[in-house]
Structures are given as structure tokens and as C-alpha cells.
Design a protein around this ligand. Structure first.
Ligand code: TXA
Ligand code: MG
Length: 351
């Protein structure tokens, strides 16, 4: 076991971060340390992307398998051009339209990136975040910053400094607290090395918006979690793909508003009668059933996305055994939300 460190949490103005605080954080990065900072999507756990020893600390702290590469965050186009060996025209168009913002481009990498940052691949995932704390930190560090989400691997991503502290207290020296993140789910990851670009992870920028800019793009079926078990809870080889998962087991219920809510009510009664502690996460502020906890998901897709991980973490408190979540629509931001819910769930039921 590595020695515990004292984790300092410093509140920082998200719009106009104080230079002294940014400099302190950047100095830690320059010394090879790893710190947590806000972006517009989720909090990142960042270190110098060009330093193998910093990057190896990131994998260790998160408990992340080393073949799962990291996103490299940049604050200017000059640094960007040093990281990649080729910028296809469609990539340039996405960049001019959406950067800074929640979309990550996978491109052929240059030679300055160490293998560990890209998990041994010949490509690199890069993005320019739309958050002043993140941007100032990257600039002041004078290095591109490799950063996965600042959670323990497998847990829901952190959207505020408390979430980061809950997962990483004692493991990192500093958390920059810039308040709750705006978008709430991670960036879209798109592979630009293919003739037709492929969305590897749906996220903050929808497929519809990307297609509006560059035309047809592909996306993987796995985004819908179709490789995971459906309905049959006993047979769940999909367990090993669990992600974004609270301690309680998540059951996803999909269908029309009416059917889904009735199913949720039935299921809650059944589980309660078996002595389980149940939390319900739905798009209603109340439901005619006596659950141990009700977690309201929000009204608009944007609000549901923004609060999704915080809701999953909140639902998990007070020894809840099962969280029953109502599915939502699959288009636009709904697609990325459903992707996260499918991965969080041990099973999903369609009614
Ligand atoms: O919004 C975000 O993207 C946040 C904030 C902190 O920027 N970061 C984030 O990082 O979500 P992480 O590590 O949790 O997810 C990065 C995803 C992973 O699914 C990883 O497999 C993929 O990006 N990825 C990274 N490099 C890649 C590459 N060269 N090729 C394909 N996929 C890559
Ligand atoms: Mg992550």
C-alpha cells in the first residue's frame, strides 16, 4: 500500500480562476504529480502527458488497466499539432465547430507521446476542454495534460469536488474545486483515422450535431450495451463490463412512460417484500409506491445528463441494495445517457 497523502481541496472561481491557485496546481503537474481539476464534462485526474512516470501514477491511483488509453487535454492549437501526425479535413471541421468543447478526436499520434499515455496504440485521443480552470491549468503547466475521469475505475464519473474526494481522498495532493460540471457526462470520443469517422463513445456532442457538420458517421452497437445481458439477471456475463456502477445494483427499466412506471412500481413492491432497500430514479417527482428513496432525474435531457452521475452516487447512499432507473429516449443527448445507464446496470428490462 502506498503511503496516504493529505488531500487539499481548493475552491476556485470557475470563470476567473485566481492565478496563484492555478500556479500552485500547475507546479504540482510540472513536478510530476497528479491532481484533480474540473472540466465542462466531468472532473479529470491529470498529469503531464509527456512524462511516463506521471502517467503511470494516474493508472495506479484510478486502478485502471494500462491498456485503456487516456485523453490528452490541450489549451492551444500549437500544442495540438505537436501531438498528432495527421489532421484529416473532417477533423479540422469538427475542431473549428466544437472546440473548446466536449468532443475528443482520435488521430494518428506523433512520436513525442510516450507509449503509456496511449496504451501502446499508434493513435492519440485529444480534446480542448471548455472550462477556464482546465484551460489555465494546461497553459500554466506548459504541458499537455493526460486525464481520465477522476473516479476509481468502475465507479460513476465525478461531477463535483466531493465526488472526487469520496473516491480519491488520501491518494492525491490537490483537488481544484470549480463547482459542479456543466455537461455532466464525458466527451464524445470519435475515431477520425477511418474513412468514415466512428463514434467510439457517445457523449457531450451528439451524433446528430456531428453529422450536421461533416455528414455520415458510424457508431458502435456496443454503445447501447447490446453485448450485455438483458432481462435474465442470473445469467450476467455482462457483469465484467460494469462501469459507472454504484455499490447498489442498478436495474434499468425501458419502455413507454406508462409501462415503465408500472413496471417500476411492481418491481419495487416485489423487492421490498423480499426485504431489499430500494431507490427509484425516474423522471417523475413522485410515484405511487413506497420506495426507500426517490431520486428525481430531471426534466430536460440536458438536466438529466448534468445530474446523472450525482444522482447515481446519491441513490447509492444509506445502504440501498437496488437502484431501479427509468430509461429515456435514445436520440440526441439521450443516446449518451442511455449508454451510461446500460453500462451501470446489471440488467435491463424492456416493457
Ligand atoms: O469528458 C471526458 O472525456 C473526460 C474529461 C476528464 O476530459 N475524460 C474521460 O476520460 O472521460 P476517460 O479516461 O474516463 O475516458 C477516455 C476514453 C476511454 O473510453 C478510452 O478507451 C478512450 O477514451 N480512448 C483514449 N485514447 C484512445 C485511443 N487512442 N483510441 C481509442 N480510444 C481511446
Ligand atoms: Mg472514465
Amino acid at each position: 500500500m502506498k503511503k496516504r497523502v493529505k488531500t487539499e481541496i481548493i475552491r476556485v472561481n470557475a470563470m476567473k480562476p485566481s492565478y496563484a491557485i492555478i500556479r500552485k496546481a500547475a507546479n504540482l503537474i510540472r513536478k510530476g504529480e497528479v491532481i484533480a481539476f474540473p472540466t465542462e464534462t466531468v472532473y479529470g485526474l491529470g498529469g503531464n502527458a509527456l512524462d511516463p512516470s506521471s502517467v503511470s501514477k494516474i493508472y495506479k491511483i484510478k486502478g485502471r488497466p494500462s491498456d485503456n488509453p487516456l485523453i490528452v487535454h490541450i489549451a492551444d492549437m500549437k500544442t495540438f499539432s505537436t501531438l498528432v501526425s495527421e489532421i484529416p479535413p473532417d477533423a479540422s471541421r469538427i475542431i473549428s465547430r466544437f472546440w473548446p468543447g466536449p468532443i475528443t478526436l482520435v488521430l494518428k499520434k506523433s512520436r513525442i507521446l510516450p507509449e503509456i499515455t496511449t496504451g501502446g496504440l499508434n493513435t492519440v485521443a485529444v480534446r480542448m476542454p471548455k472550462n477556464n480552470v482546465a484551460l489555465e491549468l494546461i497553459k500554466e503547466s506548459r504541458f499537455p495534460i493526460a486525464a481520465p475521469s477522476a473516479n476509481i475505475s468502475g465507479k460513476p464519473s465525478p461531477t463535483n469536488a466531493t465526488h472526487v474526494k469520496d473516491d480519491l481522498n488520501g491518494k492525491i495532493k490537490l483537488i481544484l474545486d470549480g463547482g459542479s460540471t456543466e455537461i455532466g457526462i464525458e466527451s464524445t470520443v470519435i475515431d477520425m483515422t477511418q474513412r468514415t469517422p466512428v463514434i467510439l463513445r457517445p457523449g457531450g456532442i451528439s451524433k446528430e450535431s456531428i453529422e450536421d457538420e461533416i455528414g455520415k458517421v458510424h457508431s458502435h452497437y456496443s454503445h447501447l450495451g447490446l453485448h450485455r445481458s438483458t432481462i435474465n439477471t442470473n445469467k450476467s456475463p455482462g457483469m465484467k463490463y460494469r462501469h459507472y456502477s454504484p455499490n447498489a445494483q442498478v436495474i434499468l427499466v425501458e419502455g413507454t412512460e406508462f409501462n415503465a412506471k408500472n413496471k417500476i412500481i411492481d418491481l419495487t413492491q416485489k423487492l421490498k417484500s423480499e426485504g431489499k432497500k430500494v431507490c427509484i430514479m425516474t423522471t417523475s417527482k413522485s410515484l405511487k409506491v413506497n420506495a426507500d428513496k426517490l431520486q428525481y432525474m430531471g426534466k430536460t435531457l440536458e438536466a438529466i445528463a448534468r445530474n446523472l452521475f450525482a444522482n447515481l452516487r446519491e441513490a447509492d447512499k444509506n445502504n440501498i441494495d437496488i437502484i431501479i432507473v427509468q430509461g429515456i429516449q435514445y436520440n440526441k443527448a439521450g443516446f449518451a445517457i442511455m449508454n451510461r445507464l446500460k453500462k451501470a446496470a446489471i440488467t435491463s428490462i424492456r416493457v
